[in-house]
Design a protein around this ligand. Structure first.
Ligand SMILES: C[S@@+](CC[C@H](N)C(=O)[O-])C[C@H]1O[C@@H](n2cnc3c(N)ncnc32)[C@H](O)[C@@H]1O
Length: 259
């Protein structure tokens, strides 16, 4: 797994928050966290979710990400001082503690390209869940082929950076048919200076069946599969695959009827 410059290069990481605001997905996870004493945010990025949760003061929040540039932004944001930030790879992280809720938000699961890497992250989740703890993560539905829209023509947009002002942004994309890995290019041009920044990011689009197999192997069990944060069912034409679950053997009769 090579370090994606979109997250590791501070010059590119600085555009992340201009692109990504509070979403329906983060709100859903925030509500899941309402009854939790401890939350682990794997692939926490610039920390909007973790810091927002920590500021509410109901639970202890840990955010883990290997990209120092993302963590620097996370630490500096409002509420950032209330989170325990760890510069760590979610495949290898082993803390001697367990959590009530573990999340990977913003499609962070898709950065893991191989079956082996995906399995490793799920083993990390299984190793850090309390007996009745819950996990949740989202991954785009490969059947919908959303990447086909990530062309320069369809992705052209203007962002506002707090210091640099207007930024023209666009993407381009290619897909490796053999592996199913989609590589998307992100371009950011600062209007005032004309300076252009770019990165190429590979992401996987695992099928629901693959995710179900991996959960089983990791000792996890899904309690719900959603097709969107609006709680639509996880059907072939739904945009997302959102899986929530717990440790195998932890299900109470009430929990096992959910979803
Ligand atoms: C699409 S961003 C999502 C960030 C954040 N969760 C959000 O909702 O905005 C993906 C994040 O995964 C992180 N990442 C990449 N490789 C990782 C790894 N091996 N372990 C944990 N996180 C990783 C990246 O650094 C990046 O911050």
């Amino acid at each position: 797994m090579t370090a994606d410059q979109l997250y590791h290069d501070p010059a590119l990481a600085q555009f992340y928050d201009a692109e990504n605001e509070w979403t329906e997905g983060l709100e859903y996870c925030r509500q899941l966290a309402a009854s939790c004493a401890s939350v682990l945010d794997l692939g926490c990025g610039t920390g909007l979710f973790a810091a927002t949760l920590a500021q509410e003061g109901r639970c202890a929040v840990t955010g883990a990400d290997p990209a120092a540039a993302m963590l620097d932004i996370a630490r500096a944001r409002s509420g950032g001082h209330l989170v325990r930030w760890l510069q760590a790879d979610a495949r290898a992280l082993r803390l001697n503690e367990r959590f009530d809720l573990i999340v990977l938000t913003g499609h962070a699961f898709q950065v893991f390209l191989t079956r082996e890497d995906q399995a490793a992250v799920l083993r990390t989740i299984a190793s850090h869940l309390r007996p009745n703890g819950r996990f949740i993560f989202d991954s785009r539905n490969p059947l919908v082929e959303e990447w086909k829209e990530w062309t320069p023509e369809q992705s052209q947009r203007t962002l506002t950076h707090p210091l640099l002002g207007a930024i023209e942004a666009w993407n381009d994309v290619s897909r490796d048919a053999a592996s199913g890995v989609v590589s998307y290019d992100s371009y950011y041009r600062v209007q005032a200076s004309g300076r252009l920044y770019s990165a190429c990011s590979p992401i996987a689009f695992p099928a629901q069946e693959r995710l179900a197999e991996l959960l089983e192997e990791a000792g996890l069990i899904a309690t719900s599969w959603l097709g969107g944060w609006d709680q639509r069912p996880c059907t072939a034409d739904a945009p997302e695959i959102i899986v929530a679950g717990t440790l195998q053997g932890a299900l109470t009769p009430a929990a096992s009827t959910e979803g």
